[in-house]
Design a protein around this ligand. Sequence first.
Ligand SMILES: [Zn+2]
Length: 276
Amino acid sequence: MNPSPEWYRPPAQILADLGIQEPADIDIEAIAEDCAATIRYQPLSGCAARIMGYKDRAIITIDKDCYRPRQRFSGGHELGHWMRDRGQVAFQCADKSFDQEWSADNPETRANRFASDLLLPGKMFRRYAHQKPPTFDSVQELAEIFCTSLTATAIRLVEYGELPAMLICNGPEKREWYVPNGDLRNKLWPELRPGTGSIAYSLLNGHGKSFSPRDVGAGEWVNDRNAHNYWVREDSRLLSNGIVLTLLWWKDETQLIDIDNAIEEQGSWRSDFRRE
Ligand SMILES: [Zn+2]
């Protein structure tokens, strides 16, 4: 990543400068003013938000018809452009930037990360997410506290939650992105598309609109060769734009323990081999 420009302040610093310690105090308009940007609301077509900067001031325009969590996230996202990419031409950001740009390294992803760190600050979020299971009921509860979208909140719960989980976003045609938490990183990778026995498959193919979380074979989701021996708790939601978000929770951790043991055995086999 480029070195930070001199006007850059990370979200944690901005919140600390304003003395913000609780979710209810994360006032996006006041924060924007503190960063020399004014937020205004008006009808927009073709994009959900835009920013126009001139010298050291900016105007952020947000679609007045978006729902409140999306408006706040748009504000945080445009502020991310303002802090990171000032001096470039104006940005216009479509709704899909907020749901689909999470894994590549580009200005949209960086702006989404900035918005997340501002609206769902790690330390504060961990306090509220403590011991919450990775399900959409937990996500909804946290999204109400932080006034944030389901997608942004679910990503946070996977990243900062204490239980082994993965969030996967599937569009109608392809997988868009996935976020594993620390327990799964470099151990398990999702298949390109969910298996036919998954809830997500049913949602993507119009076989129902909502399902309760249930245990499905891990082989429906991950490409580990022994996956058919294990279960994973799946909770999937169909979003309005045809996207399906899935939270996978290794409630039964046997698969992860077995993978750890296999890695350990491989490691000791390698060190025996080196000794000979
Ligand atoms: Zn953008």
